[in-house]
Ligand binder design. Structure first.
Ligand code: MRU
Length: 351
């Protein structure tokens, strides 16, 4: 689907998996893919917070968009209040959404954009302010759709014809408003010069690679094979891999990059095999307030996500687990960071 098609009949943004309709956030429940395509209509703040925490909607840019619409869901019941009272509810709504997932910078970034509208609004009633917030959510969503295209165009030519690529987690249309970041680059490379094979790391423990990336590649007609995360180094040793490309949840000012757990190990393996390692992300993923990756807050997930599989135990009952959702890849292992504003190379200077 082309970017121009990602709109409803009123010209409002409508992604393949997420949009705003009649005061409700509509989204495809990603926890049920690929077995079932279940659509959710979220119209309470609790439901939006739960959907973000449970990864029904996931991927850093998509989380940001969902949070912007989450503000609308949380504020809509207060529109008949006087303006000051309406405004006084915002902080609690913002905090609940902000705490849902701490690593992706896009969440706080989108909530900050919504807060800016609120802070600068003084003339008009609560309904007028709510309408302005709705417009801002549409802007956040539309801009993400457009910048995905620019990231894809910037990154496509980094890959040779009939290229073989390894990717990790899911960074496609399910993770963003548009065509995706890393997977958007892969799709653009496929159109430009052809992709011979995408190796999708399955991405333990929640399998975003095997469940979602392989599903998207199927929809896009891109050849894809799933590999276990632990197979990636051996694949690099046994076949020519032209590049590894991943997304990002947050990038520190020095280029250290937080992304799905397993990314760091993949970067180490890529360096050992002289395979270029690329990160693709919106420029807003760069958190200039954080000097280095050690300062990035890393979300810890419930141990049960590691010790069980489909509700069945895969570890002895009393065994604990360490379950970070993300890791940090040091900047020196990253060949280039592809953004909508251009391609940055190590050593990173984003100014
Ligand atoms: O836990 P998830 O599935 O939200 O993690 C997603 C990732 O790590 C992605 O690589 C990242 O958010 C970039 S998505 C364009």
């Amino acid at each position: 689907m082309r970017t121009a098609d990602l709109k409803n009949s009123s010209g409002q943004p409508k992604s393949r998996h997420l949009w705003w309709e009649d005061g409700t956030l509509v989204l495809l429940d990603q926890t049920r893919l690929p077995a079932e395509e279940i659509w959710l209509r979220l119209n309470t703040l609790d439901a939006v917070v739960e959907a973000i925490y449970a990864l029904r909607v996931r991927g850093a840019p998509a989380i940001g968009i969902a949070a912007a619409y989450g503000v609308l869901v949380g504020m809509k019941e207060h529109t008949n209040l006087p303006l000051d009272e309406f405004k006084s509810h915002f902080q609690a709504v913002r905090e609940r959404l902000f705490k849902a997932r701490p690593t992706a910078v896009n969440l706080g970034w989108a909530l900050g954009k919504m807060a800016g509208i609120l802070a600068h609004f003084s003339s008009g009633n609560a309904q007028v302010l709510y309408d302005r917030l709705e417009l801002e959510a549409f802007t956040i969503h539309s801009e993400d759709i457009e910048l995905c295209d620019r990231i894809a165009a910037n990154g496509a030519s980094l890959f040779p014809p009939d290229t073989r690529i390894i990717t990790h987690c899911n960074t496609g249309f399910l993770a963003t408003g548009g065509v995706g970041t890393a997977l958007g680059v892969i799709a653009a490379a496929n159109e430009l010069n052809g992709v011979a094979m995408v190796y999708a790391d399955e991405t333990r423990p929640l399998l975003q690679g095997s469940r979602l990336t392989a599903w998207e590649c199927g929809k896009l007609g891109i050849p894809c094979r799933v590999i276990t995360d632990s197979s990636a180094a051996y694949r690099m040793a046994t076949e020519t891999i032209d590049g590894v490309i991943v997304g990002a949840d947050r990038i520190a000012a020095n280029g250290d990059t937080a992304n799905k757990i397993g990314t760091y190990g993949l970067a180490v393996a890529a360096r050992a095999h002289q395979v270029p390692f690329y990160v693709a992300a919106p420029y807003s993923t760069i958190d200039v307030d954080l000097g280095k990756g050690a300062e990035i807050p890393i979300e810890q997930r419930p141990e049960s996500e590691v010790t069980t599989f489909h509700g069945q135990p895969v570890a002895p009952q009393l065994t604990g687990a360490w379950a970070p959702a993300f890791d940090v890849t040091p900047a020196h292992l990253i060949t280039a960071i592809i953004t909508e504003s251009g391609i940055f190379r190590y050593p990173y200077d984003f100014s």
